[in-house]
Design a protein around this ligand. Sequence first.
Ligand code: NAD
Length: 343
Amino acid sequence: MKTLKVHGAAGVSNILIGESLQNLQNYIPAQHAVIITDTNVRDLYQQDFPPCDVITIGTGENIKNLATVRHLYEKLVDLDAQRSSFIIGIGGGIVCDIAGFTASTYLRGVSFGFVSSTLLSQVDASVGGKNGVNFGGYKNMIGVFNQPEFVICDMDLLQTLPAKEILCGLAEIVKHAALGDAGMFNYIEEHYQKALALDRDVIAKLVYDSIVIKSSIVNQDEKEQGERRKLNFGHTFGHAFEKTTAVPHGEAVAAGMVIAAGLSVQRGHLPAPEAQRIENLLKKLKLPTRIQADKNALLEALGKDKKRQGEQIHFVLLDAIGHAFVEMISIAELAAAIKNPGP
Ligand code: NAD
C-alpha cells in the first residue's frame, strides 16, 4: 500500500492506494458509522462491509440531486446519526460526491471517508475535496469543498467494473499524464495493453501517479483559483460534448483533449507530432477522438461553461506533453476549433 496526503482548509485527507475494503473497519474513527453505497456496489461487495448501518441509493447521473440528499438526511435522522457519527461512501464518483456533500451538510458537517470503487473515482472524483450534486440541468451546481478523512483505493474492486467504466478512468489517467507528467505519458504508451487488461501492477502505478499529480495541484490551490484549473484539460469541450450528446464523461473528455491539443498546436505552443501522440494513445486505449455533435448546441453549452468570463473562457492548453497552462480564449476561437478539431 502507498499513501498520499491532500491538505485542505478543513483538514488532511489520507489517500490509501492499494488498501483493501476488508480493512475499512480499522480506519473508522467513531462508534457509530453509516455506509452510503449504491445498489450495484452493495450487491457485489456487501459481504466485505464492516458491521455498520447501510443506506443504499440508486445509480446514474440523474439520481445525483437534492432529492437523493434529502432521502439520505431522512435516513440519517431515522438512524439517529449524531455529529460524532462517521459517514463512509463506498462506490464510484456518484456515491462519493453525494456522500461527501451529505456528510458535509448534515448537522453542519460530520466526518466522512470514502472507499473508491471505480477507476474514475480513484484517479479523480474521490480525491480533491469537491463534493456536490447536479441542479436544474447543471452538473455539480450545488456543493462544498471538504476533504474526506481517508480515501481507500482498493484495486481488487476494479475487477468487476464494466469495460466502459474502465475507459472513463483511463481517459482521466491520460489527462493527468498529458497535463503533468511526460514520464507517465511514456509509461502509458508502453503499457497501454496491460492497462486495458487491468493488470494490477500497471493500474496501481497509474492510479498512484494520477493521484500524485492531482493531489500536488490541489495542495497548491484547493478552491480552483488558478493552478487547479489545469485539471480541466479536455473538459471544456468534454463537458459540452457530454451535455449535447449521450456519450459518457470519459469518452467526451478524450475527444475534448484532442481539440485542446489541436488548439495548442494552432496557437503555436505545442509541436503537432506531440498532439498526434495524444490522439494516437487515446485511440490505442479505445477511446473516441472525434465526436459528432450539433455545432450550435455545442456552442451554447460552451457559452454556459463555469469557467467563462464574458466572451472568454479559461482554457487549458499544453506547451509540451506533461506541461499545461491556462489561457483566456474567446468563444469565437473555440467555435472555429469545433469546425476543425484535432491536430
Ligand atoms: P458511477 O459512480 O456512476 O459508477 C459507474 C457505475 O459503476 C455505476 O453503475 C456503479 O454502480 C458501478 N460500479 C461502481 N463500482 C463498481 C465496481 N467495483 N464493480 C462494478 N460496478 C461498479 O460513475 P463514476 O464514473 O465513478 O463517477 C462519475 C461521477 O463522478 C460524475 O457524477 C462526476 O461528476 C463525478 N466526478 C466528480 C469529481 C470530483 O472532483 N468530485 C471529479 C470527476 C468526476
